[in-house]
Design a protein around this ligand. Structure first.
Ligand code: FNR
Length: 368
């Protein structure tokens, strides 16, 4: 179907499913085990209701914001998703080019199909980029990778902490991994198991021994802000703040890791309460992000009202470029912008700062 017919994020998924090779669809769409968390990522947003305010002169509304000191035209960043070339020959470059056009920030995946340098080269000189890091058992490889990224101007380092082992994505596991050139430039020190799907084939270099004790080492090798991606409890949010990192992503990895883990939105409520109780929130030095299941600007507004700085979006942008290349991603961003305009007007919030907890009723969020 022509791109003009696409009017929301769900449409991109429908089109991607029809155009993608079976292997790519299995890898991208799957969640772990019974996919309960994958579904919960959507339904959690449906349990939060708006409390809109009226008569506030919403003739002009502004949804632009700042994420980790970087300007962003949306309170949304493109989260890291691996292996973009399974779905489109230009892979992640579709994201980079669209992000440049629209002032959106892309998080580059360690396991991107395109090389890190090709992605940075495709960006404009002033375009902010973030990097997602899987930590290698061989720390020298990780040190060089991080320092190279910093030298090339990457603005923040998101260390993925919820994947000491990759989850069992059974749809994906039923596919045999065939190296067809879409693979990431996989890092050394891994034994590639080819009989258990794409995810497992490419991820065996990841160090399961990673612990809180390693955080000072990361802080010693880079001046980039460090964000821990994959925090799932108030306890770990408090530890992250006390470890002196600059932020956290409340995430279950798009429902691809521990099944029946909670949604980022639900985690957010307890995290904000725990940080507030200790005087850690609000803090200009610690930003809180949420990802998983965000498909509408209204979802984003709920997370922001409850205390998030911005949200990450994975699959919708991935499906958009698989189906339509760079133009698809631009359209996805434009849909978000249109939805922000309407929803902020109807909610009575003229700026991101005006989104407050009183604008949502989250009382049924934790009743499942
Ligand atoms: C991911 N995600 C991910 N996260 C990460 O830290 N490193 C990675 O390599 C990947 N790869 C990846 C591949 C695919 C196909 C998907 C769908 C997801 C997780 C991603 O960054 C983000 O947390 C989720 O995608 C957010 O959920 P939604 O927006 O996809 O529902």
């Amino acid at each position: 179907p022509p791109l003009d017919n696409v009017i929301n994020m769900h449409d991109f998924e429908v089109v991607a499913k029809t155009v993608l090779p079976e292997k790519a669809w299995a890898y991208y769409s799957s969640g772990s085990d019974d996919e309960i968390t994958l579904r919960e990522n959507r339904t959690a947003y449906q349990r939060v209701w708006f409390r809109p305010r009226i008569l506030r002169d919403v003739s002009s509304v502004d949804w632009s914001t700042t994420i980790l000191g970087q300007k962003s035209s949306l309170p949304v960043y493109i989260s890291a998703t691996a292996l973009g070339k399974l779905g489109h020959p230009d892979g992640e470059l579709c994201l980079t080019r669209a992000a440049a056009q629209h002032g959106v920030i892309q998080m580059i995946a360690t396991l991107a199909s395109c090389s890190f340098d090709d992605i940075v080269d495709a960006a404009t000189p002033e375009q902010p980029l973030f990097l997602q890091l899987y930590v290698n058992r061989d720390r020298e490889i990780t040190r060089k990778y991080v320092q190279h990224a910093e030298a090339r101007g990457v603005k923040a380092l998101f260390i993925t902490v919820d994947a000491p082992q990759l989850g069992r994505r059974e749809k994906d596991m039923r596919m045999k991994f065939v190296d067809d050139g879409a693979g990431a430039e996989v890092q050394k020190g891994q034994d590639v198991k080819k009989d258990q799907g794409v995810a497992r084939a490419i991820s065996s270099f990841i160090d399961p021994s990673l612990s809180w004790k390693d955080i000072p080492w990361f802080q010693s090798i880079t001046k980039m802000p460090i964000i821990l991606k994959g925090i799932a409890t108030a306890e770990d949010a408090v530890l992250a703040f006390e470890a002196g990192v600059q932020g956290i992503v409340l995430s279950n990895h798009g429902g691809r890791q521990l099944d029946t883990a909670r949604s980022g939105l639900e985690i957010l409520v307890e995290v904000i309460a725990a940080l507030k109780a200790r005087g850690y929130y609000p803090s200009p030095k610690f930003e809180i992000f949420v990802d998983g299941g965000v498909r509408r600007a209204s979802d984003v507004l709920k997370a922001l009202a409850l205390g998030a700085t911005a949200v990450g979006v994975g699959r919708p942008f991935l499906y958009a470029f698989c189906a339509y290349g760079q133009a698809g991603v631009e359209k996805a961003i434009q849909i978000f912008k249109d939805e922000f305009e309407m929803n902020m007007r109807l909610l009575g919030a003229r700026t991101i700062d005006e989104l407050v907890p009183e604008m949502v009723d989250a009382s049924t969020l934790t009743s499942h």
